[in-house]
Structures are given as C-alpha cells and as structure tokens.
Write a protein that binds this ligand. Structure first.
Ligand code: NAD
Length: 251
C-alpha cells in the first residue's frame, strides 16, 4: 500500500537526479507502472536496470524510453506506447531540463534558444501529448519541474530563468484550459538541489547560495521528488494551475 497505489506514470529526465529520485519514491509508494525517460539509450537502460534491481517485485512494470524532447512525434510515439500497455496514464511528469551558468555578455550563440527548446518547448510537447491522451478518460495529473529562477530570475543564466518562467506560465495556462477535462496541471519550483546539475558549482558559490536560504542548506533530490509525487497523487485532487516552491525559502 502506498500513496501511488494503482497509478501509471510517465516521467522525463528520470535517469538521474530529481527524476530518478521521483521514480524511486513512486516505486516505494507502490506505483502500478512507471516509464522513465532519458536523453539516450545508454543512460535510460542503465537507470532502468538500477530500478529493476532495487524493486524486483515491480520489474515487469518499469519501462525506459529515450525520445528526443525536441521532436513531438517521438514524444507522442513513446508516451502512447506506454499508455497502451495499461490503457491509461494517471500522471505525466515533465522533469527533464538543462541549465547554464553564464552571463548575457558571454552566452554562446544558440545557447539561449537551446535552453528554451529543451526546457520549455520540450515540456510543451510532453504536456500536450499527455493532455491529448488523458482527455479520453477525463482524468489525469501533469506535473512540470520549473525552478525558483522562473519566479525570481537568475543572475547567471537568463536563458534558463526565461525557460523556467515559461514553464510556470505554461502550467498555469494548461491548468486553466484542461480543468474542464478533469486534468490537473501543476509545477514544482525547486531551489538549489544536490544533483549533477549543481555539482559543477564552486564551493564559494555554493556557500553564497546557502546563505540566502532560510533552511541554510541545499535540497536533496528526494525532497523535490516528494513534492512532485504529491501533485501526481490523489493527495492533491483540488490543486491545479499552481506552482509550489520547494526551496528551503530562498531569498
Ligand atoms: P540532472 O542534470 O541531474 O538530470 C537531468 C535529467 O534530464 C537527466 O535525466 C537527463 O537525461 C535529462 N535530460 C537533459 N537534457 C535532455 C534532453 N535534451 N532530452 C531528454 N532528456 C534530457 O538535473 P536535475 O537537477 O535532476 O534536474 C531535474 C529538473 O529539475 C530539471 O528540469 C532542472 O531544471 C530542475 N531544477 C533543478 C535544480 C537543481 O538545483 N538541481 C533546481 C531547480 C530546478
């Protein structure tokens, strides 16, 4: 028994970090079936093997896909393949993302657009396909991973901040639109979390980040995973079009 009992969930960016922690927490909470997505076959199948080893009793209900998030037809193909195995999708989590730590003066050509493409347009494709599949059942939950930079901006990565601000506005817009179909759309805005994404920050930069956080520490991936799972589960059936900050109160 768990809070994900009977749920069929598709999640992107789940080969490591927050996405992998989310898949793990959902399996701990007895999710019925889960599809994890990564950016390539190698990382997706490696993560799949790890999850199957950790949850042998669920092994036949854990799947891996590696669609390009820049090609809507690939997202549609893989999400439908998984959907058709169980005849439904209860939750879809658009979590994949990239970041950059660079000033506007030094940003390489094409980098701003790359942030928007992966983080915002990729999320739009995932959300759109999820909405189309969920409409038939008139039920479902879509959860996007945004960022505190989408709320407050980023002093070192305007493309990232802009893309995540877009994810928050996309969430609110789709939440309004899809509520008619009983499809909820919410997002989580993490602060600074201990994953590969932040591993490259130098210690001085990390200390500065921590000083601005009320809880005086970075978040752990499972702490964001728990918030994503809240929106994916029936614990949040009256929440839609909302953005939950999970940032230790970053200022
Ligand atoms: P991570 O780098 O550890 O993992 C990112 C995941 O996204 C990986 O599974 C990777 O395969 C996938 N991914 C990246 N680019 C992709 C692409 N082009 N196509 C398909 N998959 C792709 O990062 P994380 O820290 O776990 O981040 C997860 C989400 O949380 C991201 O959306 C990120 O922006 C957001 N976030 C992270 C932090 C943080 O401090 N770590 C803070 C705020 C928001």
């Amino acid at each position: 028994m768990g809070i994900m009992d009977g749920k069929v969930v598709f999640i992107t960016g789940a080969t490591r970090g927050i996405g992998f922690a989310t898949a793990t927490r959902m399996l701990e909470e007895n999710v019925e079936a889960i599809a994890i997505c990564g950016s390539c076959e190698e990382t997706a199948t490696a993560a799949l093997a790890k999850l199957k080893e950790a949850f042998p009793e669920k092994a036949e209900h854990i799947y891996a896909y590696w669609p390009s998030l820049l090609v809507e037809a690939e997202v549609a193909r893989d999400m439908k393949d998984f959907h058709d195995k169980y005849g439904r999708l209860d939750a879809v989590c658009s979590n994949a993302g990239i970041t950059h730590n660079v000033t506007i003066k030094n940003i390489p050509e094409g980098e701003f657009k790359r942030q928007i493409d992966v983080n915002l347009i990729g999320t739009y494709y995932v959300d759109r396909q999820a909405g189309l599949l969920m409409r038939a059942k008139r039920k479902g939950s879509i959860v996007n991973t945004a960022s505190m930079t989408g709320l407050y901006g980023s002093g070192m990565g305007c493309g990232y901040g802009a893309s995540k601000g877009g994810v928050i506005a996309l969430t609110k817009s789709l939440g309004r639109e899809l509520g008619f179909f009983n499809i909820r759309v919410n997002c989580v805005a993490p602060g600074s979390v201990k994953t590969d994404m932040t591993a490259g920050l130098n210690p001085a930069a990390l200390q500065a980040v921590n000083q601005g956080i009320a809880l005086k520490r970075m978040g752990e991936p499972y702490e964001i995973a728990n918030a994503i799972m809240f929106f994916a589960s029936d614990l949040s059936t009256y929440c839609t079009a909302t953005c939950l900050s999970v940032d230790g109160f970053a200022t």
